[in-house]
Design a protein around this ligand. Structure first.
Ligand code: ADE
Ligand code: ZN
Length: 323
């Protein structure tokens, strides 16, 4: 059995991690107090953990924590601290998604400036590379998404490599976002989207056929759709799967089974933390748990640890340097 020390030190890359899900409860409480934001009980009363019983409650905390990040320096500090925390567990590369629409009090350019400053500090001090995905909150609809993509294009930045689509899958079908995705593609951005986590495989098919995504975030519903499964095994489009879900133990077991089945089916899949502070474990803890449950040997561990680089949107020279 692989040791914890080995799995922690193993250089890892991940492409699915939400900045606002990287804020530890103590930091969230400090920011909320500073800016006069009321956090839900699950963010106030759990000590060093967030308390929630289902995805909706987790998302409510996520949005409240997002609302607590209001200044350029909040973004700088959260980005820096989250990357350094990842690097302590062997993280070498992370694609960080964030939701500008969940921070209406701060201009896009200011948020980006803070994030990029934090990323530069973490790169210099901890040797961790990063790129940014601007994520659309699907609950706010297609018009707002289009406005966001226009804003992204008006502020071109090398580090901003893609747009994404997240929040509650049951509250915004991919088909609503065709114009936003078309515009982003024309501007040379890569495209990813959450699908098949809580929604069914028809959401994933829309992402492929209508949004023409380069990657799928989560995608467990493919296991229930034989056509989609064989199509994406053949295309080898990357899936950014996440090892842990937060709430009841039954769901954690179900997720472990899904991820194992995706790998066994031959999908091009990498392992990610999703929301390391909200859900709990950093990416190295995902690897420690996965190695134990899937009985990995060294070869398996090394393959999974860098599979995020096959799925990532960084330029080739950066990827080669990290391999
Ligand atoms: N935002 C943060 N984490 C998310 C997840 N797992 N699914 C959808 N939206 C999210
Ligand atoms: Zn996610």
């Amino acid at each position: 059995r692989l040791s914890t020390e080995y799995l922690r030190a193993l250089p890892k890359a991940e492409v699915h991690c939400h900045l606002e899900g990287c804020v530890p409860p103590e930091t969230a409480r400090r920011l909320a107090e500073r800016h006069g934001v009321t956090l839900p009980a699950g963010a106030r009363d759990g000590g060093d953990r967030y308390l929630f019983r289902n995805f909706d409650e987790g998302l409510e905390i996520y949005v409240a924590v997002s609302n607590s990040m209001q200044t350029r320096d909040d973004f700088r500090a959260v980005t820096y601290e989250s990357l350094v925390a990842g690097a302590a567990g062997g993280l070498r590369y992370r694609e960080i998604a964030f939701n500008p629409q969940n921070h209406p009090e701060l201009a896009y350019a200011e948020m980006m400036d803070g994030i990029l400053a934090g990323a530069r500090e973490a790169r210099a001090e901890a040797g961790v590379e990063s790129r940014i995905i601007v994520a659309i909150n699907r609950e706010l609809g297609g018009e707002a998404a289009l406005a966001l993509v226009r804003e992204v294009i008006a502020h071109p930045l090398d580090e901003v490599v893609a747009i994404g689509l997240d929040s509650n899958e049951l509250a915004g079908r991919p088909s609503e976002f065709v114009a936003a995705y078309d515009l982003a593609r024309e501007a040379g951005l890569k495209l990813t989207a959450h699908a098949g986590e809580h929604g069914d495989s028809t959401e994933m098919v829309e992402c492929l056929d209508l949004l023409r995504v380069d990657r799928i975030d989560h995608g467990y519903a493919a296991l229930l759709d034989a056509d989609l499964l064989s199509r994406t095994v053949a295309s080898q489009i990357p899936y950014s799967a996440c090892w842990f879900v937060d709430y009841p133990e039954a769901e954690v077991e179900g997720r472990r089974r899904d991820v194992a089945a995706m790998a066994a089916a031959g999908l091009n899949m990498c392992l990610n933390s999703d929301d390391p502070a909200l859900i709990g474990p950093e990416v190295h803890e995902c690897f420690i748990d996965a190695a134990a449950h899937l009985d990995w040997d060294v070869e398996d561990a090394e393959r999974h640890a860098l599979s995020g680089l096959d799925a990532c949107f960084a330029d080739e020279a950066t990827v080669e340097r990290l391999r």
